[in-house]
Design a protein around this ligand. Structure first.
Ligand SMILES: *[C@@H]1O[C@H](CO)[C@@H](O)[C@H](O)[C@H]1NC(C)=O
Ligand SMILES: *[C@@H]1O[C@H](CO)[C@@H](O)[C@H](O)[C@H]1NC(C)=O
Length: 216
């Protein structure tokens, strides 16, 4: 009896903990983000529904290729709440990703979203790494029309493995998924993480850490 109660409480607690990682369910039809107020809330305050129109629920331009002339050889065009205010409180958003031949979308995580991606053009090697202690790489080469899911929080990447441009469209389970690009966060933080921390963490010479910190 007591054991059952303790077990049930533990299950209830863990469910409550998991649930708190996701965006809350809307309590109204919509809450179009009001970019003009200075109120600070979790998400964005709502526009007056009487002044809301189709423009608040639409975005144009995802047919336009992103500029991939950068060291990654890729470009992410986001359609999050910042670009489409009607996404506020709805727990969903999307991106277009363009890749030059052999371009990469470098290892990164979305702290607030699972991502489901489909290849529209070209072929991509994609992958994610499971959490400690396994750190198992789950990877696959996708062709046009293939779909892959990156579970919330896990480090993932994509690489164009073709000699032509590639294009992907992805949906994310947050209005504001957030991005942590691993190399930039670890070696490009401001102020820098002490090189003593990074030389021990990566088991390399201080000169290598200094070189990476200078790059990012
Ligand atoms: C793409 O970006 C590069 C580097 O920033 C820039 O030089 C180039 O003009 C851009 N191309 C277009 C078409 O905007
Ligand atoms: C590569 O892309 C990431 C994510 O868009 C960006 O943060 C980073 O600065 C880029 N790295 C380089 C070397 O351009």
């Amino acid at each position: 009896m007591t054991t059952n109660f303790v077990l049930l409480s533990l299950v209830a607690l863990s469910v409550a903990f998991l649930a708190s990682a996701f965006e809350p369910s809307p309590l109204q039809d919509f809450c179009v983000a009001d970019a003009t107020t200075s109120a600070r809330v979790n998400g964005q305050p709502c526009k007056n529904p009487s002044s809301v129109g189709a423009a608040d629920f639409s975005f144009s331009g995802l047919h336009i290729p992103g500029n991939t002339s950068n060291p990654n050889g890729s470009r992410v065009t986001p359609v999050s709440v910042a670009q489409l205010p009607g996404l506020n409180t709805l727990g969903i958003s999307m991106v277009r990703i363009d890749y030059a031949p052999w371009g990469i979308n470098p290892p990164h995580t979305h702290p607030r979203a699972t991502e489901i991606l489909t290849v529209i053009e070209g072929s991509l090697q994609v992958g994610f790494v499971t959490s400690n202690p396994d750190n198992n790489l789950i990877t696959k080469t996708l062709q046009k029309g293939d779909v892959f899911v990156f579970p919330i929080g896990l480090i993932h990447f994509q690489r164009n493995v073709g000699t032509k441009n590639a294009v992907a469209i992805a949906a994310l389970s947050s209005q504001n998924p957030g991005v942590i690009t691993i190399a930039n966060a670890v070696f490009g933080s401001e102020p820098k993480i002490s090189s003593d921390v990074l030389t021990k963490a990566f088991q390399v010479e201080p000169s290598i850490v200094q070189k990476l910190q200078a790059t990012f």
